[in-house]
Design a protein around this ligand. Structure first.
Ligand code: F6P
Length: 327
């Protein structure tokens, strides 16, 4: 808890864009305006902050964006912000503009930057979890996840039409460099026969046995979901290896950035709106540094220090769920 009266704030989006980020920006801006707080938008995340790409916003600046994917503030990944000197410069720029607090909408890397800013300079910060990966430490949910899963699930439904019509096996690769969440949820929701997490090692024999069991029991086609992992495209290698080892033919479909775009779902719009609103009220109450999390079904503010870290592996009990339902 801290006591500085907040009169002026800035908001930025950082890391990969996610559907619903615009809803959070809108809520931050409109709540600030309603409460008599001056609000600034920072373009292109921390990169834009270091370049002083800052402009004042008002209620009209966020009109007609609630339904739009991406982020009107644009975003970036900013390796420079790992350096102490860059963070010193960022605080200098914010102070020069009389900005009292910074709201960061992003994932784990963006949160680490924000929290370090507070630790080094006591600059008031608030985090809003925004990434399709749903892997922010300390929150059960991140803005954009529901939309991304919905997009990927609908794509798999379409692929299934072709798979069934041609009696084909498909490897459908979904996003998630370090996170299993999209693969698991899409696997369950699209009735996948198998889910591959490359970082856990690829058990070709197991994939083959699984698909063969399906064929032997009368399945016409199979869908395997592959988590993207470190580098997109792993599915091609898996498909080729299965052919070489077992003569098993398959096709590959990589969903890629289609999963990051598009209209946010109602869940993403609602949670993002509440997170943006709560963040401004937290600042007004002196409740910072903190993060607007989603825990046990509710949007709840948490101390920032509880939201910096690496989330536990995600696969239980969902891994078992996907497996048992795929027979
Ligand atoms: O934003 C998260 C994420 O979409 C990951 O799931 C994915 O692996 C990564 O970003 C891709 O990042 P980029 O768009 O910078 O290639």
């Amino acid at each position: 808890m801290s006591a500085k009266k907040i009169q002026s704030i800035a908001v930025l989006t950082s890391g990969g864009d996610a559907p619903g980020m615009n809803c959070a920006i809108r809520a931050v801006v409109r709540t600030s305006v309603s409460q008599g707080i001056k609000v600034f938008g920072i373009q292109r995340g921390y990169s834009g902050l270091l370049n002083d790409e800052i402009h004042e916003m008002d209620a009209r600046s966020v009109g007609n964006i609630i339904q739009r994917g991406g982020t009107i503030l644009q975003t970036s990944r900013c390796p420079e912000f790992h350096e102490k000197e860059a963070r010193r410069k960022a605080v200098e720029i914010l102070k020069k503009r009389n900005i009292d607090a910074l709201i960061v909408i992003g994932g784990n890397g963006s949160f680490a930057g924000a929290y370090t800013l507070f630790q080094e300079h006591q600059f008031p910060v608030i985090g809003i979890p925004g990434t399709i990966d749903n892997d922010v430490f300390g929150s059960d949910y991140t803005i954009g996840f529901d939309t991304a899963v919905q997009t990927a699930m609908e794509a798999v439904d379409k692929v299934r039409d072709t798979a069934a019509s041609h009696k084909r096996n498909f490897f459908v690769e979904v996003m998630g460099r370090k996170s299993e969440a999209i693969a698991l949820h899409v696997g369950v929701c699209s009735g996948a026969e198998f889910i591959v997490f490359p970082h856990k090692g690829i058990d070709y024999e197991k994939i083959h046995q699984n698909l063969k069991r399906g064929i032997d029991s009368g399945k016409q086609a199979s869908i395997v979901i592959v988590q993207e992992g470190e580098k997109p495209g792993k599915s091609y290698e898996i498909s080729e290896t299965l052919y070489e080892k077992y003569g098993l033919k398959s096709h590959v479909c990589i969903l890629g950035h289609t999963q990051r775009g598009g209209k946010p779902t109602a869940i993403d719009r609602f949670i993002a709106s509440k997170m943006g609103f709560d963040s401004i009220h937290a600042l007004m109450e002196g409740n910072y540094p903190s993060v607007s999390t989603f825990c046990s079904g509710k949007v709840t503010m948490k101390p920032f220090e509880d939201c910096v870290g690496v989330r536990d592996p995600y696969d239980q009990p969902y891994g078992d769920l996907a497996k048992e339902l795929s027979i």
